[in-house]
Write a protein that binds this ligand. Structure first.
Ligand SMILES: Cc1cc2nc3c(=O)[nH]c(=O)nc-3n(C[C@H](O)[C@H](O)[C@H](O)COP(=O)(O)OP(=O)(O)OC[C@H]3O[C@@H](n4cnc5c(N)ncnc54)[C@H](O)[C@@H]3O)c2cc1C
Length: 361
């Protein structure tokens, strides 16, 4: 494992995240946990050295996410959305935007998030795009509703986009405090409500040339780097979450060795998927381009089965509201709906329906 993850700063952070469960209340944004990430240097991991970050490799980032997700899923999920915003800025050809936007994000003075799912997955079946883009002088105007944005209530910067009438898409940096941006109250979710996820309305929001990050171009989310729907980053969160559950189940397993029959295969599967993720990053996965989807399907399956194993092991006690096992079951469901490409979901549904032996893609 990378020495960075063994450092006193990171180990202190992990102990802090594990010391008490993150609040589930929609009003309880985990600001103290994000400050702890900043103090441990985590907000610099994903940013290249030229912009003041540590420039961790993809393998290192995924290992970091796995450790963090095993400690607090809510905090790690928020971090991925913030890092998703950074990634779109980093991969942009717009150097002015990079130089203005990245430094305050790296220093933790500002928080950014993404509202991009409507460009690839959300609301794609509707006749008109959720966010419309119109040319306006040397810039553009945005109108519509971004259906999903985590932490928009706390964000200074929102990386979002929309579609022009000719079908081309644009990705831009929108300041949340600018006129025309209305962050709706975050919704109560089945789990992870403290991530303050909700919609954002845009009314005639101007986007100047310095704010355009990518496009206008067809399928703007295929531009540059930054982990799309169902990326390895989403899978590693599911693996980490499952490992966190197995760690919390350990005292029960020590007292009841009969549980080993069920727990050991889950531990081995988590290790195997983590290995596959490393192989996929280094281009050595046997399934090539299909690897990410296969891995995500297996990671979803693992986290769902692990949570239910924990619940079954803890019996009625685990079913009482507030027990970590019932919370784990609710949190595991997140992976069925978040950043989950249709082929992955179909494979998971086949597994649930037992209509394919292993729910293969
Ligand atoms: C907790 C949470 C946090 C998230 N955070 C973010 C974030 O920070 N940034 C971001 O960009 N995204 C985020 N997302 C969005 C996420 O990645 C997915 O895009 C989203 O969950 C997909 O759900 P949807 O309801 O938008 O899907 P849709 O596909 O829009 O489905 C919505 C409804 O339409 C119906 N429907 C679907 N397809 C059809 C069809 N073909 N014909 C008729 N009806 C149909 C379905 O019955 C469904 O009820 C988040 C999601 C969750 C749950």
């Amino acid at each position: 494992m990378n020495d960075l993850f063994q450092s006193a700063a990171v180990q202190t952070l992990l102990r802090f995240l594990r010391s008490s469960p993150c609040s589930e209340a929609v009003s309880d944004w985990p600001g103290d946990r994000l400050t702890a990430l900043q103090e441990a240097g985590v907000l610099r991991w994903n940013v290249p050295k030229e912009f003041g970050g540590l420039g961790l490799s993809e393998t290192e980032m995924l290992e970091g996410y796995r450790l963090l997700a095993s400690s607090c899923l809510t905090t790690t999920f928020i971090l991925t959305q913030r890092n998703g915003a950074c990634a779109r800025i980093i991969s942009s050809p717009n150097q002015t935007a990079q130089q203005t936007l990245l430094p305050p994000l790296v220093r933790g003075e500002q928080f950014a998030t993404v509202g991009i799912s409507h460009l690839t997955t959300s609301r794609r079946h509707l006749a008109s795009p959720p966010v419309r883009v119109d040319a306006d002088g040397d810039g553009f105007r945005l109108n519509g509703t971004i259906p999903w944005t985590t932490g928009a209530t706390q964000a200074d910067l929102l990386i979002t986009g929309g579609e022009l009438t000719d079908g081309r898409q644009l990705l831009a940096a929108v300041r949340v405090n600018q006129p025309g941006v209305r962050v709706r109250d975050p919704v109560e979710l089945m789990a992870l409500s403290a991530s303050q996820t909700g919609s954002v309305e845009l009314t005639d929001v101007p986007v100047g040339p310095d704010d355009v990050l990518h496009g206008p171009v067809e399928a703007v989310m295929r531009q540059g780097a930054g982990g799309g729907a169902g990326s390895l980053g989403t899978s590693v969160l599911a693996v980490g979450a499952a490992e966190g559950m197995l760690r919390q189940l350990e005292p029960e397993t020590r007292a009841r060795p009969d549980l080993n029959e069920f727990v050991l295969p889950l531990q081995q599967t988590a290790e195997r998927i983590a290995d596959q993720i490393h192989q996929a990053v280094s281009g050595q996965h046997s399934e090539g381009a299909k690897a990410a989807e296969i891995i995500r399907q297996q990671a979803n399956s693992l986290v769902l089965r692990t949570a239910q194993t924990w619940l079954a092991a803890t019996k009625g006690a685990g079913y009482v509201s507030g027990h970590p096992a019932e919370r784990a079951v609710r949190e595991s469901m997140f992976f069925l709906v978040w950043s989950c490409p249709q082929p992955v979901l179909t494979a998971n549904l086949r597994e649930l329906a037992c209509s394919g032996a292993t729910g293969e893609l």
